[in-house]
Design a protein around this ligand. Structure first.
Ligand SMILES: C[S@@+](CC[C@H](N)C(=O)[O-])C[C@H]1O[C@@H](n2cnc3c(N)ncnc32)[C@H](O)[C@@H]1O
Length: 265
């Protein structure tokens, strides 16, 4: 799986992402950004900003700074508020000169990057020496019975495997020790990582509507011929109707990581 696959996926799901996940995840983006002292910052960016839900908050934390949103996917980036500078670019070849940002915040992106060491080296390169970095990334998932039912029904209808898994670096970024090692190897110091709780409680209808559009199971179900897809959705709706509301709760842990760029070299 390549960066082009990631971009193609986000191009397709941009509207649905903007309609749900952007707001569900923003609470964590704000919380990790709050760990940085940006009062004197002159130039800060949300990298992998998608629809840019963090940008207003960043502007509040860094009142003197130029605030920039940058993302790989044009369909995501164009949803970010136009009052901020918006820069299209790949984390693995960032379109910023060296040592020109005082801080970079990256909510829910690290796991997507095929070449994580390259992306971290790029982030360190564009930060001023001592510049701040913050990221939040997925860690553990609690059992989620609605999702299990959804997977079972999709399997029963013969959907092929996910053609485009989207989390190539999750094995590293979901583990606090591995994430610390990766950050330190890229030249970051003062690494602090905490494990935090994540919880989202959609209704059954929200779960079903969203699961058809975003995520691995949506990609699988979209590979079914139209008649089998319709039958699969009807079966899923029947099976999900039997569950109680708690079955739809998505919960688990996320990692909040903060670090400082070491001296260039
Ligand atoms: C889960 S969304 C997070 C968006 C936003 N940070 C938020 O918290 O709502 C992941 C975003 O990362 C972007 N992305 C994925 N790989 C990227 C890369 N290599 N370089 C830059 N952005 C990337 C995607 O286009 C997408 O907008």
């Amino acid at each position: 799986m390549t960066t082009a696959d990631i971009r193609a996926n986000y191009s397709q799901v941009a509207t649905a992402y903007d309609g749900k996940w952007a707001d569900v995840l923003a609470v964590h983006a704000r919380a990790v950004a709050d760990r940085l002292d940006l009062r004197d910052a002159r130039r800060v960016a949300e990298l992998g900003c998608g629809p840019g839900r963090l940008l207003d908050h960043l502007a509040g934390l860094a009142p003197q700074a130029q605030v920039i949103g940058s993302d790989l996917t044009e369909e995501m980036l164009r949803r970010a508020p136009a009052r901020y500078d918006r820069v299209l670019g790949d984390l693995q070849a960032l379109p910023f000169a060296s040592a020109t940002l005082d801080a970079a915040v990256m909510p829910f992106v690290l796991f997507h990057v095929p070449d994580l060491p390259l992306a971290l080296a790029e982030i360190r390169r564009i930060l001023t020496p001592g510049g701040s970095f913050a990221a939040v990334t997925w860690s553990g998932h609690d059992p989620h019975s609605a999702y299990d039912v959804w997977v079972r029904v999709i399997d029963e209808h013969g959907a092929p495997d996910d053609p485009s898994p989207q989390m190539p670096s999750n094995d590293v970024t979901s583990d606090p020790a591995k994430l610390r090692t990766a950050l330190e190897a890229a030249g970051f110091g003062q690494v602090e990582i905490t494990v935090e709780r994540f919880r989202h409680a959609p209704t059954a209808a929200e779960f079903l509507a969203h699961s058809q559009v975003v995520g691995a199971m949506a990609r699988r179900i979209n590979l079914l011929p139209a008649d089998r897809r319709t039958a699969c959705l009807a079966a899923a709706e029947r099976a999900l109707a039997e569950l109680d509301p708690e079955a739809f709760v998505e919960s688990g842990t996320v990692l909040y990581a903060t670090a400082r760029a070491g001296d260039a070299g």
